[in-house]
Design a protein around this ligand. Structure first.
Ligand code: 26W
Length: 811
């Protein structure tokens, strides 16, 4: 803990300002005030950072390395202050200098190096590892451009580059003395010496990997872990001077550009895999740099590679970093002289893999030719792994060629990354109970029967420090007043809040807190988009990536249905609602972009209609990101978690909403099931087909969208509204959505679940009219949300998979 009082802080700040800017604080720009604060906090953190690293090294603690292509951190200033325990001191000190902390915090650019759930999960995990005192590191790519910035122009999404480093990044430290070299292309020369095969990689192209370290501060525990992100740079002596001297300037620049391209931009792909060579290059780049630096550090610290797996755990976040497995094999064998068998044992015991999706279109597989060409030695190693694996399969499954073919790592001209991840890891987990079961019984059944003990579940979680303490201070206060402060370090203690659920004064407070948060969001919406919304309406929220399986379309159809009803009967008695959407569509995902257009068109039409304007409003908030989520989630009354059952691996926003007292409208999918199990059927709104029904449709067919539509007059009416000019004078505009739903027999069964969705919303209306009942339900949700803290999740990973040592054992 930093022990600092207001006056010292003030002095430190003034001094830092002069040091950095050499001018008067009173004349300073907000940006320079922000940079000063960031730099000062970093100074405070650096000493703890060094101490933590020193302690880990001295104790030879087992280190966890969480490898991920994505880390969606959002802003760091507020959370760092919170975790250091000095946010209030800092706020008061700055107040006296006439500086408003909140507005400085708002100046920070979001660090948006991720697409969605998977990247944000990695960020929550870093926070939890540090807060539990687990020696844990993140390893990823320092993309120059993060996830694109979304602009809504004339109702459609337009992408702009996210130049998040424009004004620098106060949190990172470039570690020029810790660079690694990563090799691409070339050939492998094989010879043998003393009966041992030698593999020499020649004629390769070298790329310099430069690490940038960001401190990850634990909650009031003096722990500072490290997130290491790699940036690609040309190796200066390989900058082709010979071509320079011949005046071939462009050629030299070409090399530089091709290297820098590696860490230039995050691929905006969620749940859809495209076999782009540059993406494979990115994957090997950070994996190779990461593994090399782990081994270098391990050896420097006196470690013996024979016990590597006892002292190092590497986690593979989805298949994207799977090349850790052959890369570790390569180093152990080619550079450290281990036998295949020993290298394999160490590698398998070191690595663990998490799967985040069952969508077939998201499973990574690389064309053999591309792979071989880019990573010749790594390919050879994978070939040998595959050969040995298939040999075992032949012995076990005699004559079952189909099965062996299905399970092979290399088949049909592709390298299958999930198969590689499974055979090279000692643990394979899904991210919610249902998801893990589906992996075992369906998607990975062959592997499950072969390695039954490898498979396990680790239900996702979210850091309650960002998603409750930081984003909802008033609710945090209420919890402290009622149940004390133990929940902060032990989030499961929130359960004792349940005994307050019936108390009227607590219900009143919950109502007020929610209303304040709604007012704050209403202000944000007014400032950003000029739309005025009614804080007394139900804030009915769906914020997440736009994707067919998440079914924003189902939500849109429901709104169209309410609007039609209101047009027929403007006096209809409904609880006023504000429908809030936000989310980005992958730039190449046509239907997702159409869905945005539909929602903005519905908004345009409804918000203008003076006949019904008090009853419903629709808002599509531009550029959804972590910071916006922090404004939206505490203000939500209702959280829409309406994916087609079996498709959402877990969901994590569902947990954030619950923790902030929103009730959930849910299908029995992903972690929604576990939320239901926690709060009971009376405190959640469940609708839609269950797992069995969905799987039955997929297996046996039988879904007929036309039939469903024709037998329901509401569906006939609203699907017709998609093509009759109701929401656009261009009747062709939403035809692709119409055809997707009907002509192509929508594989996500939107129409099938419509009726039950509408009925569930009637239950919402009824519950909301009873103010006490609603607040009671909210209280029960809050009370049961502690289990969804990522501290619980990380505790499970650390004990069951990583074998970490801990500072805090009892959660
Ligand atoms: C190959 C491109 C690509 C990129 C990202 C394919 C797939 C992904 C991820 C799997 C997408 C993702 O973010 N998945 C989400 O992970 C969350 C954390 O576990 C889950 O809560 C979500 O249900 C899951 O969709």
């Amino acid at each position: 803990m930093i022990n600092i009082d207001k006056n010292t802080f003030k002095k430190d700040y003034e001094k830092k300002f002069i040091e950095m800017h050499g001018s008067e604080l009173s004349l300073a720009s907000p940006q320079s005030k922000y940079e000063t604060l960031g730099a000062l906090i970093r100074d405070y953190v650096v000493e703890m950072w060094l101490n933590t690293t020193r302690r880990y090294n001295e104790n030879h603690d087992k280190q966890v390395y969480y490898f991920s292509m994505e880390f969606l951190l959002g802003r760091l200033l507020g959370n760092t202050l919170l975790n250091l325990g000095i946010r209030d001191v800092c706020r008061d000190a700055l107040d006296e200098l006439n500086i408003d902390l909140d507005s400085l915090e708002d100046l920070e650019q979001d660090q948006g190096l991720g697409n969605g759930g998977l990247g944000r999960l990695a960020a929550c995990f870093l926070d939890s590892m540090a807060s539990l005192g687990i020696p844990g590191n993140g390893c990823g790519i320092r993309y120059k451009y993060g996830f694109f910035e979304q602009k809504i122009i004339e109702g459609s999404q337009v992408e702009a580059p996210d130049n998040w480093l424009r004004s620098g990044n106060v949190w990172e430290i470039r570690k020029a003395d810790k660079v690694e070299v990563v090799k691409f292309g070339g050939e492998v020369k094989v010879d043998s010496f003393n009966g041992r095969m030698n593999f020499t990689h020649i004629n390769y192209e070298s790329v310099l990997a430069v690490p940038y370290d960001t401190p990850v501060v634990g909650y009031e525990n003096d722990v500072v872990n490290t997130l290491r992100l790699w940036s690609a740079e040309p190796i200066s002596n390989e900058f082709d001077f010979s071509s320079f001297s011949r005046g071939e300037f462009l050629k030299a620049i070409e090399y530089k550009n091709s290297v820098e391209a590696i860490s230039q931009v995050l691929y905006p792909e969620d749940s859809f895999y495209e076999g782009k060579r540059l993406r494979l290059k990115q994957q090997y780049f950070f994996v190779s740099a990461g593994v090399q630096s782990i081994i270098r550090h391990y050896k420097n610290n006196g470690g013996n590679l024979k016990n590597f797996d006892e002292k190092v755990a590497i986690h593979i976040n989805d298949t994207h970093p799977t090349l850790v497995i052959p890369e570790l094999m390569r180093i152990l064998m080619d550079e450290e002289g281990f036998s295949w068998e020993d290298a394999w044992r160490i590698t398998k015991n070191t690595c663990a893999y998490t799967n985040h999706t069952i969508l077939a279109e998201a499973l990574e597989k690389w064309p053999v030719d591309m792979f071989k060409n880019l990573l010749p030695r790594i390919y050879m190693i994978i070939e040998e792994m595959n050969r040995r694996f298939c040999e075992k399969l032949w012995n076990k499954y005699i004559g079952q060629w189909d099965k062996i073919h299905r399970m092979a790592v290399i088949a049909d001209g592709y390298v299958k990354m999930a198969h590689l991840a499974i055979i090279g890891s000692h643990s394979v987990n899904g991210v919610a109970k249902l998801h893990s079961e589906i992996l075992k019984k369906q998607e990975m059944a062959d592997f499950y029967y072969y390695y039954p003990r490898k498979f396990n579940n680790k239900t996702n979680g979210i850091t309650h420090r960002r998603w409750l303490l930081k984003s909802n201070p008033q609710l945090t206060e209420l919890l402290k007043e009622t149940i004390g402060t133990s929940f902060i370090k032990h989030p499961m203690d929130m359960e004792s809040f349940e005994s307050y659920a019936d108390k009227e004064h607590v219900q009143e407070r919950l109502y007020e807190i929610k209303r304040n948060n709604k007012l704050k969001l209403a202000e944000v919406i007014k400032n950003k988009q000029g739309i005025i919304i009614d804080p007394d309406s139900i804030f009915d929220v769906q914020v997440k990536r736009i994707h067919a399986y998440k079914r924003q379309l189902l939500n849109a159809l429901r709104i169209m249905n309410i609007y039609s009803d209101l047009l027929e009967n403007p006096n209809m008695d409904i609880v006023p609602r504000t429908f809030i959407f936000a989310g980005k569509a992958a730039p190449g995902y046509f239907l997702a972009k159409k869905t945005i257009e539909l929602i903005t068109s519905i908004a345009e039409k409804i918000n203008k209609d003076t006949l019904i304007r008090d009853k419903i409003k629709v808002v599509f908030l531009e550029n959804y990101n972590v910071s916006l989520a922090e404004d939206i989630i505490p203000a939500a009354d209702l959280s829409e978690q309406i994916s087609t059952t079996t498709k959402e691996a877990s969901g994590t926003s569902n947990m954030k909403f619950m923790m902030n007292g929103a009730l959930t409208m849910a299908t029995l999918d992903g972690a929604n099931i576990e939320i239901r199990d926690e709060v009971g059927d009376d405190n959640i709104f469940i609708f839609g087909m269950n797992e069995r029904e969905v799987l039955d449709y997929y297996k046996n067919g039988g879904y007929n969208a036309w039939e469903v539509c024709n037998s329901d007059s509401r569906l006939r009416r609203i699907t017709n509204d998609l093509i009759n000019g109701q929401y656009s004078s261009d009747r062709e505009k939403f035809k692709p959505l119409y055809e997707h739903l009907l002509t192509y027999n929508d594989e996500f069964f939107v129409l099938k679940d419509f009726d039950s969705y509408i009925k569930a919303h009637e239950r919402v209306d009824k519950a909301y009219r009873d103010k006490h009942l609603w607040q009671k339900m909210a209280a029960i949700n809050i009370a049961h949300s502690g289990i969804f803290s990522s501290d619980r999740t990380i505790y499970e990973y650390a004990t069951a998979i990583w074998g970490s040592s801990f500072l805090y054992k009892n959660l």
